[in-house]
Design a protein around this ligand. Sequence first.
Ligand code: DP6
Length: 360
Amino acid sequence: MTETDFIPSAYKNDVKEGVVCYKSPSNIALVKYWGKKENQIPQNPSISFTLDACATTTQIAFTKLEKEADDFSFDLWFEGKPKEDFKPKITIFLKRIEKYLPFLKSYYLKIETSNSFPHSSGIASSASGMSAMALCLMDIEKQLNPDLSDDLFTKKASFLARLGSGSACRSIEGDIIQWGVHKETEGSSDLFGIKYPYEVHNNFKNFHDTILLVDKGQKQVSSTVGHNLMYNHPYATQRFNQAHENLNKLKSVFKKGDLVEFIKIVESEALTLHAMMMTSMPYFILMKPNTLEIINKIWEFREKSRTHVCFTLDAGANVHVLYPENEKAVVNQFIKDELVVFCENQQYICDRIGFGAKKL
Ligand code: DP6
């Protein structure tokens, strides 16, 4: 598929007003997306577990205008209050997707959104937020054109979400989503995420992700600045190749249920992401001392307990602790006994692998 496949032909229906609402989850990358080209095209393929508890709920009430406006007409409410400072980001998003949703300037949109997780938890809401919004807009398009197939609906929702935030394209469905062209993965695309199409062993069903909130402060580096650091980065080419190789390795890991190899790939990806930030110009250290304390505790505990608990990181200090369902009891006890002390205000979020966004 190409971009032009997402430009609709004339709409059949005339819809005056309506309300749509979606709840969309966050996701946690196993192979990381870090580095992008023009138009939100990733420099390398990535793969993630869709999450369940960390989610954004977005409702859009839409009303047809007397005549098409020159600009977008919308208001944004966040957690029950008008939120002017989110509007520029939404305007940029609407500009990027206008070509694919030609109805946008014909409606006034009242967008109301809220997160299941605390706003200043250091958890990025862009994946859940942009995917929820993309789904709401697709739902409006489906009312204008009821012939739209389910397959195109899902692909286009992911395509639009990507234009809002790259990783958001991995939040439409679950439970494992791959995004970005990877030669060895049939159907993979730079334009949208696809459900991981190969066999997955039961070991990876119901996987858990406990998110330890080490630092709830504002992000030190915005994702746009971060991705741009991969331009002219001395290790960029090797890194992008490594992501392809790690996806190849994951294929047999998922098939065999090989938790030991899984851990090696996932932890190496997390540390490589941070290594890229430490070796770019300008350079950043986004881990905090407690991030390292937690990592060392996990390694120690894993060795001692012979469990398969491991960690991954996003572009921040929080630690995602990943473990299989059958080790839940022992790992949860370990988290409470030994890791929670390293969290800001002892805060953490128990999440698990999920199956994608839901219409409410
Ligand atoms: C480190 O999707 O937030 O979480 O496309 O600029 O919105 P933009 O970036 P974003 O980047 C996420 C980077 C990451 C890794 C990942 O989720 O793959």
